[in-house]
Write a protein that binds this ligand. Structure first.
Ligand code: PXG
Length: 301
């Protein structure tokens, strides 16, 4: 299916991609005032849709944005949009913005939130990245404190992450690690971070200021089910450099091994055995093979 045949959901209508437009006065555009989710469709099923919907509603609540649809109606709209695009492997972007207002930043001037659902073919890292692993760098820009702009909220204001990405581009790495003000490792620009040390998985706790990734939560659960210890505890760059293995998790990337950070080789410099085993397990689980992927919604008719 070509890009021109995509159907995009905007405020209750399915329209052609070329017809999909929002106002230049939308505060999502003018101020990054809104929330979003990125979701995957595996094997004709929307992976963890209810967890993503719940997070979208939590993010919206935190910015005092009323989603103009019930959770059930939004779930139905996602399923309808996936079906309309006829894709069984896909990436979904769901956006709820404050809507059109005036040039002032007061959200009270915005009468109606904008709801958008885009369904597309997935574009992920090439297979070589998963085989080789990627190089990381820690960057200068810090993750904001929870009392400034809480990273737990998945808002349209991603400039902090974009600045970190720019830093990474200049350092020649595909993904970065961001620290918080205290120097603890938080996460990547669009992924959570895990390391493996002495057979135990360690990942930064949510209170250091991260997005509590749905992939992160699934990986923690799968790892525990396989009998691995998982510790949500503070991580320094020293811990990263001296880890046995490391990987990132996110909706788009799934699990991707990291083999160096700031020029220090992590472990053997190759994706480690626990990372590889968990990645296999994650893919099986996401595709619903051999297990029931609870909380996945079937869209294939
Ligand atoms: N941290 C941040 C800052 C994120 O934006 C994650 C962690 C991982 O969360 P999930 O729930 O996806 O495991 C994210 C997710 C993209 C893209 O296209 C980015 C995200 C999600 C989907 C796609 O780069 N961010």
């Amino acid at each position: 299916m070509g890009a021109d045949t995509h159907k995009i959901y905007i405020n209750g209508q399915l329209v052609d991609r070329s017809e999909a437009r929002v106002s230049v006065f939308d505060h999502g555009f003018l101020y990054g005032d809104g929330v979003f989710e990125g979701i995957r469709v595996y094997n004709g099923r929307v992976f963890k849709l209810d967890a993503h919907l719940a997070r979208l509603f939590r993010s919206a609540k935190a910015i005092l944005l009323t989603v103009p649809l019930s959770l059930e109606a939004l779930r139905a709209a996602v399923v309808e949009t996936v079906r309309a695009n006829g894709l069984t492997e896909a990436y979904i972007r769901m956006v709820v913005s404050r809507g059109a207002g005036d040039l002032g930043l007061d959200p009270l001037r915005c009468s109606q939130p904008t709801v958008i659902i885009i369904v597309q073919e997935i574009s992920i890292y090439p297979p070589e990245v998963y085989e080789r692993g990627l190089d990381l760098a820690s960057v200068v820009v810090r993750r904001p404190a929870a009392d400034a702009l809480n990273p737990a909220m998945k808002t349209l204001n991603y400039l902090n992450n974009i600045l970190a990405k720019i830093d990474g581009n200049q350092r020649g790495v595909p993904e970065v690690l961001m620290l918080n003000r205290e120097g603890w490792v938080t996460e990547g620009t669009a992924d959570n971070f895990f390391l493996v040390k002495d057979g135990v998985l360690v990942t930064p706790p949510t209170y250091v200021g991260i997005l509590n990734g749905i992939t992160r939560q699934v990986v923690i659960e799968l790892a525990r089910n396989l009998g691995y210890g998982v510790s949500e505890s503070n991580v320094t760059l020293f811990d990263v450099y001296n880890a046995d293995e490391a990987f990132l998790t996110g909706t788009a990337a799934e699990m991707v091994p990291a083999i160096s950070c700031d020029g220090r080789t992590i472990g053997t410099g190759r994706p480690g055995p626990i990372t590889r085993r968990l990645t296999k397990r994650f893919r099986t689980y996401a595709r619903g093979e051999g297990v029931v992927a609870l909380d996945s919604i079937t869209v294939r008719t």
